[in-house]
Ligand binder design. Structure first.
Ligand SMILES: Cc1cc2nc3c(=O)[nH]c(=O)nc-3n(C[C@H](O)[C@H](O)[C@H](O)COP(=O)(O)O)c2cc1C
Length: 391
């Protein structure tokens, strides 16, 4: 269906609308990759190197897209990856949760999100809570337990975020708090985006850049920078710390950010039930190959023991099919739904998922596969040198 005012037919069109609607700094914070942006570009471009091997007759009249991830049935193999972004839309992660629920899929909620986990789970009970390794063991456990008490169905621990936030093109400024000084600093770019401003004004709120999922026992929410400081000053975890948290959680547990088969094996030893091959959307070490290049090695190492997902660079349904043909159980998306959120709130998020669903369906048809579960490596042409040898 061609794009209309209320509907976009591709993720690329959602991005165009997001760029048009968002203040420059907010838009740049979404597309940002670290340093030169090598990894964030490769995340997307690597998919272009993979070809298909279509059939033309005996094609299935109906295709099955549903699967199960971390114990949750999902109507399509695309989940919401956690993102800590504060200023895209006043309904923030609640709108994302509603859009995901409308399309029958699960939501990863960032611990740096702008909406409390309790509100998000009310909008989508299929929610996993994401933690960074930040604070001492009691603090980490307290946050996980708060999410569990709210009904979180699984825990995602993100390990692949270091301090490589330098950007060659100039990182967008983020104010420490929203006060008169910040209002004056950002006024010129905000006034150029009246529809974004009007959406926030209509909701009666402005982005306050606090993170409500970190405080425990009714303490006030810290600012994003307060949270960032806590994380930067926390000693990085050892594998035994991961094993400890995994044991405490006692439910579906994902490690996000694995690229290497040896790390994947250690994650299995630590008892995780899922992992996502991920480069943090190109926001970690620049020069790491695009996530899809690392997927086959990780699948070969641990794919028969735990659920292996992929996130990074998914922009169309055919990308999802390529990842599943290379062994992913499902994928997670980041920027794609953030653009949908910017373009149309919860409806925009559902629109993005719907576009991906249609793309998966038509790719399955072309490949002659009746179900996402039937995909194999034989469905894609992998050029020599595509994957990276991590061994
Ligand atoms: C603006 C932005 C904020 C993000 N915040 C988080 C976060 O708080 N926690 C997390 O685990 N990953 C975070 N990520 C990484 C995403 O979960 C995901 O790995 C990445 O966006 C996937 O790549 P894609 O954007 O190409 O789909 C963030 C990514 C972006 C673009």
């Amino acid at each position: 269906m061609a794009s209309t005012r209320d509907w976009f037919e591709t993720v690329a069109e959602a991005q165009v609308r997001a760029k048009r609607r968002l203040p420059r700094s907010v838009y740049l914070a979404l597309v940002a990759g670290s340093e030169k942006g090598l990894t964030s570009s490769d995340n997307v471009q690597a998919f272009d190197e993979l070809g298909f091997r279509p059939h033309v007759a005996d094609l299935p009249g109906k295709r099955e897209l549903g699967t199960t991830v971390m114990g949750q049935d999902v109507a399509l193999p695309v989940l919401i990856s956690p993102t800590g972004v504060q200023a895209v839309h006043p309904d923030g992660e609640v709108a994302v949760a509603r859009g995901a629920a409308a399309e029958g899929t699960a939501m990863g909620l960032s611990s740096y999100a702008s909406k409390p986990v309790e509100e998000v789970i009310a909008a989508n009970p299929k929610t996993f809570f994401q933690l960074y390794w930040s604070g001492d063991r009691d603090t980490l456990l307290g946050r996980a337990e708060r999410a569990k008490a709210a009904g979180a169905q699984g825990l995602i621990v993100t390990l692949d975020w270091t301090f490589s936030s330098r950007r060659d093109w100039g990182a967008p400024p983020i104010p420490e708090k929203v006060d008169v000084k910040a209002a004056l600093q950002f006024a010129p770019e905000v006034l150029r985006k009246p529809r974004w401003l009007a959406t926030f004004l209509r909701s009666g709120s402005i982005p306050d850049l606090t993170v409500p999922n970190l405080p425990l026992g009714g303490a006030p929410a810290p600012t994003f920078f307060g949270a960032y400081y806590e994380w930067m000053t926390t000693p990085p975890p050892r594998w035994e710390d991961i094993a400890w948290l995994r044991e405490q959680w006692n439910g579906p547990f994902m490690l996000k950010g694995i690229c290497r088969p040896d790390d994947a094996r250690r994650a299995v030893d630590a008892g995780v039930s899922a992992l996502s091959v991920s480069t943090h959307g190109g926001n970690n070490l620049d020069g790491t190959p695009g996530a899809i290049r690392s997927l086959p090695g990780v699948v070969d190492a641990v794919g028969d023991q735990i659920e292996v997902l992929l996130d990074g660079g998914i922009r169309r349904g055919s990308d999802v099919v390529k990842a599943m043909a290379l062994g992913a159980k499902a994928v997670m998306i980041g920027r794609a739904y953030l653009w949908g959120l910017a373009a149309g709130g919860e409806r925009g998020v559902a629109n993005v998922l719907n576009v991906l669903r249609q793309g998966i369906d038509s790719t399955l048809l072309g490949l002659g596969r009746a179900s996402v579960h039937d995909l194999t490596r034989d469905d894609v042409i992998v050029p020599p040198g595509f994957t990276r040898d991590w061994s």
